[in-house]
Every structure is written in structure tokens, then in C-alpha cells.
Design a protein around this ligand. Structure first.
Ligand SMILES: Cc1ncc(COP(=O)(O)O)c(C=O)c1O
Length: 444
């Protein structure tokens, strides 16, 4: 039977295997664990000590170069010189709390908001995606007067105590909180004879009804617009429309969590929700926003924000400070000047085609799906069709030996999460596909 996996257990270093590590590495791991204790999480059977990054590459302390097919935070490229220069120049000029007028801060807000459709024209700035989702929860509760929320079964929306309740993929043993319902991820293979959008909306309707029956009311639905931790579900574009219409009819708020697909990753515009032709009530964002500088944000309509601030005031010491604004502005400039959205479409298309071609050769590949530079590739047992997380883990560690960094996703951890910086090019894509071919040929 397939066992659901916790998000932080995917590709996680296991201290029980520490004895097989070279002594220098073992000593480094020991130092980490002595200081960070039980909360320390490291990747890989043998962790990597990183030294520097450049573009789509990371380099370890031995000088080994890795093609980064995992990291979406440095989304315009590791240590992008324009972002680094913008951060350094602003840090050398002025960095203060957010209660003064500073021109670069308003300029950033205007530039970012110009990428959104009406009526999404107000911005709250935070330092992380978790904080942004925490604010979104509170806005939805204040606007609706209800407490009930719906998320997908393996969703991850962050790490505050409130947001953890809507992040079932981080649960170890606890049950879903009384005011939260989960629905299955929108996997078109689960609806071969039906419309996945209709089926998804019907599941949300049942969850709304159940929340009401139990007295929680319906405050809103949170969707990672590409369903990353559920295993990456992007197609067909538009499948969120029925859900969005239903949520509006039922008086709840649709929150699009753009922490993963946002800032151009899908290759079809800046935002994942736009690919589905919907306008959410609230949009949250984070990771790629500052290319590594800690930034998050909430975009919503003036009415929703006013409903929130009527009941409480919100202040964030660091969110949207001048250095954050400088980093964010440089990210927007680089996305535009280097045509990174078009590159995500082009390089992502080459990558997906190459992986689909591998699927016809290797029976272990159960599915390839995604949009732009965010692709999920499932490994399944060739005989039973069951999810095969052990194969995913084998491939992830073998890829590392071939100089490629990659991670896993999905309820059972059997999905390769293919999510490189947006400067990943078509030759990087070809190298990735050929390396996977070599590994799978050896595993046959
Ligand atoms: C979809 C999604 N939302 C929110 C978050 C939380 O962001 P942060 O780690 O910046 O708090 C994450 C982080 O992985 C995420 O993937």
C-alpha cells in the first residue's frame, strides 16, 4: 500500500547513515546537528556543503559544479549581478523601517501591482510566503465572518501556527484541524470520463457543505495555482474556473498562492492563476520575489483590505523595506529584460518534450506533466502501477552523482519536482534529459 509522505521527509538526510560519509563531511554534519538540533533538515543521503552559485549552477566546496534543477527562489539566476548590485546599493544608502516615505518602495508597489488585473490593486508586504498566507487567512476570516477553509490533500502553504492548519503535507501524525477540509488534488487521471474542473468543483462543494454542517461556515479556498506539493497539476488551463465561480457563489474567498508558480515560472505570464483565466480575491507570493532576499506579499482589493484593517492593524518591521524594494524591482527588471517568461515557455517546452520521449522508452515513468519550467515526472511500479518513491529517491541521488540537483513532490513522494531557475536554457534541458536516460538505462 502507498504511504503518504511528509513534505520535509522528501530527499531528507538520515543521520543513521552518517558513518558511511567521508570524515570531513561527517564532521560538518555533526556541527550542524549539534547547533540546530532536532529541527535541522538537510538534503541527500550525503549532504552537500555549498560554496557559491551563478546562474543555473551551484558549486560545492570541492569545486564540483551542479546544474540546479531544484531551486525556484533564485529564480532569475543564482547571485544575479543586477539583483546583487541593487541590494548592495540600497543597503549602502538607506534601510529603515517601513513607516517613512521612501520613493523606491512606492515605485516597487506600483510596478508589481501593474502586473495584476483589477480589482487587485492593494499590496501588503511581508518577509515570507507563510506570513503572506497568514495575512490572507485573516483577511478571509474578517471579510466572511467564517473560519472554515478548504485546501488540497497534500497542500503546503507555510509554517505559522495558523497556516500549518492549512498545510496537511507538513503533518506528521496530527489530524486535519476541525475548521479545515481537504479535497483531492486536481489530477485529470482521476477523472478520465469527467471534466476535471467540474469534478474538482464538486469536491469543493461537498467540503463547503460539510464545513457548514459543522458550524464553521466557509471563509475560503487556498490553491497553490500549480499544486506543487500535491505533485504539480497544471492542465488543462482553465480547470480552476468552475471552482472559482463556485467559491464566489458560496460567499468564500479564492486565495491563489503564487509562491511557487508566480513571477513567470509557468511560461504563460507572470501569474499561475492567469493561466486559468480567473481573478482571485487574494493573491499571495514569496520565494522568487526577491531572488533570495526574504520577501513576501499579499495582493487584494481595497474593499477586502479595508475589512481586515477595520478589525486589526497590521505592521511588518521588515516587509517591504527599501532594500527589499530594490531587490524586488531588480527581479522585475531582469524578468522583463532577459525575456525569462518566454524562456520558461521555450526551455520548459524542450524539457517536457524530451521527458515525454523518455516516457515512451522507460516503463518506470508513469506520467510527465506541468507548465513552463515546472514539471512533475512520476515514477510508478511497471507491473502494479503503484507510486514508486524508492525509484524517485534513487534517481535524485544518482542525479547528484551526475552533477544535477533535483527534488521530489507529491502525496507519496514519487514525483520528481523539476523546477530550475528561469535562466535554465535548452542545452541545460538536453543535459537533464540525457542524464535521466543514462540513469534509467542503468536501472533497467
Ligand atoms: C505554495 C507555498 N506557499 C507558501 C510557502 C511558504 O513560504 P515561506 O517558506 O517563504 O514561508 C511555501 C514554501 O515552500 C510554498 O511552497
Amino acid at each position: 500500500m502507498s504511504v503518504a509522505k511528509q513534505i520535509l521527509d522528501l530527499n531528507r538526510f538520515d543521520a543513521g547513515k552518517a558513518s558511511s560519509m567521508p570524515p570531513v563531511l561527517a564532521e560538518r554534519v555533526q556541527r550542524r546537528q549539534a547547533t540546530f538540533g532536532a529541527a535541522s533538515v538537510l538534503f541527500y543521503e550525503q549532504p552537500i556543503e555549498m560554496a557559491r552559485g551563478e546562474g543555473a549552477y551551484l558549486y560545492d566546496t570541492n569545486g564540483t559544479r551542479y546544474l540546479d534543477v531544484y531551486n525556484n527562489v533564485p529564480s532569475v539566476g543564482h547571485c544575479h549581478p543586477r539583483v546583487v548590485a541593487a541590494i548592495a546599493a540600497q543597503a549602502a544608502t538607506l534601510n529603515t523601517n517601513t513607516r517613512y516615505l521612501v520613493r523606491i518602495v512606492e515605485t516597487y508597489a506600483e510596478r508589481l501591482l501593474a502586473t495584476f488585473p483589477a480589482p487587485l490593486c492593494n499590496l501588503v508586504m511581508t518577509c515570507t510566503g507563510s506570513e503572506a498566507n497568514d495575512v490572507a487567512l485573516r483577511i478571509a476570516e474578517n471579510v466572511t465572518g467564517a473560519r472554515g477553509f478548504i485546501v488540497t490533500k497534500s497542500a503546503y502553504h507555510g509554517n505559522t501556527s495558523a497556516v500549518e492548519h492549512i498545510s496537511p503535507s507538513s503533518f506528521k501524525s496530527q489530524n486535519t484541524a476541525p475548521h479545515v477540509r481537504t479535497v483531492p488534488a486536481p489530477d485529470p487521471r482521476d477523472a478520465p470520463d469527467a471534466d476535471i474542473g467540474m469534478q474538482f468543483a464538486a469536491q469543493i462543494q461537498a467540503a463547503i457543505d460539510d464545513l457548514r454542517t459543522h458550524g464553521h461556515g466557509f471563509a475560503g479556498f487556498f490553491a497553490d495555482s500549480i499544486f506543487s506539493s500535491d505533485g504539480i497539476f497544471a492542465d488543462p488551463p482553465g480547470f480552476l474556473q468552475q471552482a472559482a465561480a463556485l467559491i464566489r457563489k458560496e460567499g468564500g474567498l479564492f486565495v491563489a498562492d503564487e509562491v511557487q508558480p508566480g513571477f513567470g515560472r509557468t511560461g504563460a505570464g507572470m501569474w499561475g492563476f492567469a493561466r486559468h483565466g480567473i481573478i482571485p480575491d487574494i493573491v499571495t507570493m514569496g520565494k522568487p520575489m526577491g531572488n533570495g532576499f526574504p520577501m513576501g506579499g499579499v495582493v487584494t482589493s481595497p474593499d477586502h483590505l479595508a475589512a481586515f484593517t477595520r478589525k486589526t492593524s497590521y505592521f511588518n518591521t521588515f516587509g517591504g523595506n527599501p532594500v527589499a524594494a530594490a531587490a524586488g524591482l531588480a527581479v522585475l527588471d531582469v524578468i522583463a529584460d532577459e525575456n525569462l517568461i518566454a524562456n520558461a515557455a521555450q526551455a520548459g517546452g524542450v524539457l517536457k518534450d524530451g521527458l515525454l520521449a523518455l516516457k515512451s522508452t522507460f516503463g518506470q515513468i508513469g506520467d510527465v506533466r506541468g507548465a513552463g519550467l515546472f514539471i512533475g515526472l512520476d515514477f510508478n511500479n511497471q507491473t502494479t502501477g503503484a507510486p514508486d518513491p524508492a525509484m524517485a529517491s534513487y534517481v535524485i541521488n544518482a542525479m547528484k552523482q551526475h552533477g544535477i540537483l533535483i527534488g521530489a513532490a507529491g502525496l507519496y513522494g514519487h514525483t520528481l519536482k523539476i523546477r530550475p531557475p528561469l535562466c535554465f536554457n535548452t542545452s541545460n534541458a538536453a543535459f537533464f534529459v540525457e542524464t535521466l536516460r543514462t540513469i534509467l538505462s542503468g536501472a533497467n
